[in-house]
Design a protein around this ligand. Structure first.
Ligand code: FAD
Length: 283
């Protein structure tokens, strides 16, 4: 964890682009509350295959106009060079300077006719088209990406993104701090020297969390799964316990040198605010 300790701490919050007017209004209120915490940036997800292309763009531009940096996610699966070039140009001409560069996952049944296979090719393309203009974040998987042949292969593939010019990484969420510490140590041994910011998923709803975690390959330790199941429909208990578990995880990460935290807010402010306040991050 030595290399991680030298970086200034980065705090960021992730949103998805709202689908409805009500969702948009609610996101504005969430954004306002979280802006008071003075984050380094807000990021906005992108539907693989370009399904949220315009919504992501609009949300990012609005956030940036309100005064805090915004970073669009950009996934390259099923995209052509021309699509990506156009999107990069749009962001650049709106003063957006950060990008989260991803491969993305195609919805099942959709075939890819794209010109990119992996995220390292996207990072490479962004650098060749726009030089050092963008600060590029990429994804990292302390518990190994679900499609990777092995943890070692996945690590090599992560390094390809760093070698292509990524400036920082955000991890998939996890509830086992050791997985992050081992991952960062392995990166250090391979000479990877960029901030690797833990992605943090607040716990508010266990069936949604289980479903999500199955899809993205995030492990929910048995003790945590059992405990959450035991609360049944008692949301208050789930939220209180989840907040305690995630606060402790964040504290452990920060105490051991993690270079900040990236919160998957799910467009809600309360769970993230509660963890933030428990950690006294505004002091
Ligand atoms: P890659 O780095 O390309 O890796 C994908 C798989 O291919 C891995 O198994 C890797 O080991 C392997 N691989 C990589 N490069 C090579 C290579 N050169 N040769 C052989 N194998 C290789 N998805 C969205 O659709 N929209 C979003 O907005 C979004 N935001 C995300 C934000 C974060 C912080 C994270 C962690 C994930 C996000 N995702 C998003 C999910 C992400 O798109 C998926 O996890 C996807 O499956 C992998 O994307 P990647 O960029 O990590 O891919």
């Amino acid at each position: 964890m030595q290399t991680q300790q030298k970086y200034p701490k980065l705090f960021s919050f992730e949103f998805y682009p709202p689908k409805t007017e009500a969702g948009e209004e609610s996101l504005q209120a969430v954004h306002k509350k979280l802006s008071r915490l003075n984050p380094d940036f807000f990021s906005v997800t992108f539907g693989a295959g370009g399904s949220t292309r315009d919504k992501t763009f609009d949300t990012v531009v609005k956030i940036q106009e309100r005064g805090v940096a915004a970073a669009p996610h950009l996934s390259c699966v099923a995209s052509t060079h021309e699509n990506i070039r156009e999107i990069l140009h749009g962001y650049r001409s709106n003063g957006i300077k950060k990008i989260v560069a991803l491969r993305g996952d195609l919805p099942s049944g959709m075939m890819s006719a794209g010109q990119f296979r992996y995220a390292n090719e996207l990072v490479d393309f962004i650098r060749s088209e726009t030089g050092d203009y963008f600060q590029i974040h990429v994804a990292a998987y302390p518990e190994t990406h679900p499609q990777a042949r092995s943890a070692a292969e996945d690590l090599k593939n992560f390094k390809r993104k760093v070698d292509a010019g990524a400036n920082a990484a955000i991890t998939q969420y996890f509830y086992n701090a050791e997985s992050y510490f081992y991952f960062v140590d392995a990166c250090e041994k391979m000479g990877i020297d960029i901030p690797i910011v833990p992605g943090i998923m607040p716990i508010t709803n266990y069936s949604q969390l289980f479903r999500f975690s199955d899809m993205c390959g995030a492990d929910i330790p048995r003790w945590l799964r059992k405990k959450l199941e035991g609360f049944g429909d008692d949301r208050e208990q789930i939220i209180a316990f989840g907040c305690d578990v995630v606060t402790r995880l964040c504290q452990q990460l920060l105490d051991n040198g993690a270079p900040g935290l990236h919160f998957y807010t799910m467009n809600q402010s309360a769970p993230t605010l509660a963890i933030w306040n428990n950690l006294n991050l505004s002091d």
